[in-house]
Design a protein around this ligand. Structure first.
Ligand code: ADP
Ligand code: ZN
Ligand code: ZN
Length: 767
């Protein structure tokens, strides 16, 4: 008898772990690791995932009490390593194992079941179904002739097919009603019809010139050293990590391409993670131009059918390279030899809902489990990674840093100027551009060169502020500042989506909710405002292209805008954070930052790190070609090390400052930090629950080795979201502490409490 170890998909904190089920003979051939199955659990039917198949029950389990697997609902989606990765995530991030396993399922697979007409249990609507295309081709043996009567459509179809096989859908575009004509011709043996599997989501080829950068003749010393270290790590096959610490434009992508080529030659495959935002046609194009059809692309802008096809390319072994966002880590590739995480410092690698995993950490675990190597790349590596490289190892795995301080082909890092905006203050408001930035923009327009303008608006969009009392209208459900939308004259909450009209701003009837003053003024600038000012400033023949959440809302808009910028003879690209990363346009000679310090003011210990990273990244967009680049940074806080270090290209001065701050306050990379958020409609219930949990945690960590700090409970920065009150507890622990299991244990130890939810965020990024 064989037994399946099944994790039931019942996401409650009380039920976790796996249970043994017998595999009946009828299912012996189909019930394997990675399958979704139907089992009976606590007297009810439940969907579950098979994480292992064994031939003996665990000791002490009575075989007579073991229930059978009822049905196999879906084919294997993961292997034993995938199952172990999910179980590792469950423990590390205090998340239910079933929720982690869901990450491994085929895209589009639901977790609900229903009974079909035949009375069989099936997974509810599966939108992933593979799609076949009908292709028509003239039959070689067909001997019929096309009759004159009613002949014109038939003849046109036959004529079109003379050139070779063609999709029936395409034929229909040329000959209306071709579908039925083909069927008729096929009946008479004139045409053969074949069903071919269609692969969705490959995407349109891009015209971006840099998407297919030619392969360089010579690699730089830095690139060779990096490839060498990666080759050693790959051959060692035990999860060794190589951090490629290369300035912007130093050729990191080129290193990834060569490293992948090497593992492919050895018959192994590779996974490349790129932040969602920089997963542009440009990045994808470079992988495609090197590896052609051997690449699958996975990201959230694909439909679930498209995602399924790309995922299935990996599962069926038809591709050996998967490029994608965070979730590509769980692609069912076999024989993975290399995992690459580009821009490893990116905060977006931390998932903000359960399981709250960090893709870099999960990638490290995956590489270890698969006997592969992990490559991390960044121009601004995370403090965590730098610290592990300095120590030489982390969790028993070797960490090596390779530095690539130069750009190839003699292109130099841009010169950076800081403009102190306090000296340009004008009480009348004035322009968003200082005169040096204005002059530089005009100069580029005259020279017909390209510029990039960054508007740093993370956390601070445009909002209304009362000029008398300083109050900012906030959402009554969420306590977040409302964002002002110029186009629709409305105030919107970006947390819950509520919106209120502001009648004809600045309408005197709009009053401050706090003091009744009529002087509400717009504070903070939006991309729209920058675009408008640019159009007034620059000659008409300069293209102004705006890229932000609004202009990229539709599918493909991102690529179109970049293509427009690429094709333009002289243009300015204005945008938010999304333009800071990964763009490689050699003709850009000017990068301007409108407001460098907004991120510095966030109530967050990573504020300076984020600001430094962003500025360094966006500065790296300038001067990637032959002409030198210039960067102009406007700020009200010119002396902050995170800003001044960008100007001097001296990372160590910033790092020294940052590490000292972190050390003093016991923050990562010197500690691990978890954020536990409790939320509920009753303020009292949340308060009581939070206190009880804090007491529990304090008692648990009492006397533990190393430095432990339990802070709070306190109100969250956003103390109310969608009418739910929020309090949180912050736990700081030694870097090697097993924080997840400990917090999970504390949470489980509390009696159940209806109406208050708990979110445990281990290694929290946003608080
Ligand atoms: P990064 O990923 O570090 O920002 P890229 O790999 O995008 O850098 O390289 C920047 C530019 O330099 C690209 O246009 C790339 O084609 C080019 N490049 C990379 N390596 C070399 C090399 N060894 N010689 C010449 N050009 C190179
Ligand atoms: Zn007021
Ligand atoms: Zn709201």
């Amino acid at each position: 008898m064989r037994y399946a170890k099944v994790v039931p998909d019942i996401p409650t904190r009380a039920i976790d772990g796996c249970f043994d089920y017998a595999i009946p003979d009828a299912l012996a051939g189909s019930c394997d690791v990675g399958c979704t199955v139907l089992v009976s659990f606590a007297h009810r039917l439940a969907v579950g995932y098979v994480v292992d198949v064994v031939s003996e029950l665990a000791e002490g389990v009575n075989p007579l009490r073991v229930l059978p697997v009822e049905r196999v609902l879906a084919e294997p989606a993961f292997d034993r390593v995938g199952a172990r990765l999910a179980q590792w995530m469950a423990a590390e991030y205090a998340a239910p194992a079933s929720v982690c396993l869901r990450l491994m399922l085929a895209p589009g697979q639901t977790t609900r079941v229903h009974k079909d007409e035949a009375g069989e249990w099936r997974l509810a609507v599966d939108r992933t179904k593979a799609v076949d295309d009908r292709w028509a081709q003239l039959s070689v043996t067909g001997r019929g002739f096309v009759p004159r009567r009613n002949a014109s459509r038939q003849r046109r179809v036959v004529e079109a097919l003379a050139a070779g096989p063609m999709r029936v859908a395409e034929l229909s575009a040329m000959v209306p009603g071709a579908g039925s004509v083909v069927t008729a011709l096929a009946k008479r043996g004139l045409v053969e019809v074949e069903h071919r599997r269609r692969i969705r989501g490959v995407g349109e080829p891009t015209s971006l010139s840099s998407a297919s950068a030619p392969r360089p003749d010579h690699l730089t010393d830095g690139q060779l050293a990096a490839l060498d270290a990666i080759a050693r790590a790959t051959d060692a096959g035990c999860g060794d990590v190589v951090l490629v610490d290369g300035v912007t434009g130093s050729g990191k992508t080129e290193v990834y391409l060569d490293a992948i080529e090497r593992v492919r030659e050895r018959g192994r495959s590779a996974i490349v993670l790129v932040p969602e935002i920089s997963l542009t046609a440009q990045t994808v194009g470079r992988f495609r131009s090197r590896f052609g059809d051997d690449v699958a692309i996975l990201h959230s802008r694909l439909s679930s059918g498209e995602r399924f096809d790309q995922w299935d390319l990996a599962r069926s072994g038809r591709v050996h390279v998967v490029v994608g966002a965070r979730s590509a880590l769980f692609a069912p590739l076999s024989n993975v030899g290399l995992v690459i995480v580009d821009e490893e410092h990116e905060g977006s690698y931390k998932q903000d809902q359960a399981p709250r995993y960090h893709a870099r950490e999960a990638a490290a675990e995956l590489a270890r489990l698969r006997g592969a190597a992990l490559v991390l790349g960044s121009a601004t590596p995370s403090l965590e990674s730098l610290e592990r490289c300095r120590a030489g190892s982390w969790r028993g795995v070797r960490w090596t840093r390779v530095s690539m301080p130069e750009r190839p082909g003699g292109s130099r890092l841009p010169s950076v100027r800081i403009i102190d905006m306090r000296s340009t203050f004008s009480p009348k408001g004035g322009s968003v551009f200082s005169s040096p930035l204005r002059d530089a923009l005009l100069d580029r327009a005259e020279k017909r060169e390209k510029s990039v303008l960054l508007l740093n608006r993370r956390g601070f969009a445009s909002f209304l502020m009362c000029r008398e009392c300083g109050c900012v209208p906030t959402c009554p459900h969420c306590s977040t500042a409302l964002t002002y939308h110029e186009r629709t004259h409305s105030l919107a909450c970006h947390t819950c989506g509520s919106a209120w009209p502001v009648r004809a701003y600045p309408d005197p009837s709009t009053k401050c909710p706090n003091c009744g003053s009529r002087y509400l003024a717009q504070y903070g600038v939006g991309t729209q405002r920058v675009e408008d000012e640019l159009r007034m400033l620059l000659p008409e023949d300069v293209d102004v292209i705006r890229m932000d959440a609004d202009t990229t809302a539709t599918k493909g808009a991102h690529t179109r805008l970049l293509e427009q910028f690429d094709a333009s003879e002289c243009a300015v690209l204005v945008g938010t954070q999304m333009i800071a990363k990964g763009l490689d346009f050699p003709e850009v000679t000017l990068v301007g930052v409108v407001n460098a310090d907004t991120t510095l003011k966030l109530p967050d210990f990573r504020a300076a790190e984020r600001t430094y990273n962003l500025l360094e990244q966006v500065a790296g967009r300038a001067g990637r070609g032959e002409r030198p680049g210039e960067v102009i940074i406007q700020t009200y806080w010119a002396t902050h090390p995170a800003i001044s270090a960008v100007a001097t290209h001296d990372r160590s001065s910033y790092l020294g400052y940052e590490l000292e701050q972190r050390d003093e306050a016991y923050y990562p990379p010197y500690s691990r930090l978890a954020n536990l958020t409790l939320a509920g409609l009753s303020e009292r219930a949340v308060r009581e629950r939070a206190s009880a949990l804090a007491v529990k945690i304090r008692a648990r960590v009492e006397g533990m080795e190393g430095e432990w700090e339990v802070l709070g409970p306190a109100e969250c920065v956003r103390s109310k979201v969608k009418d739910r009150y929020r309090r949180h507890i912050v736990v700081k622990a030694p870097v090697d502490a097993e924080l997840g299991p400990l917090l999970d244990e504390c949470a489980r130890a509390l009696p159940a409490c209806k109406g208050v939810t708990l979110a445990i965020d281990v290694d929290a990024y946003d608080m």
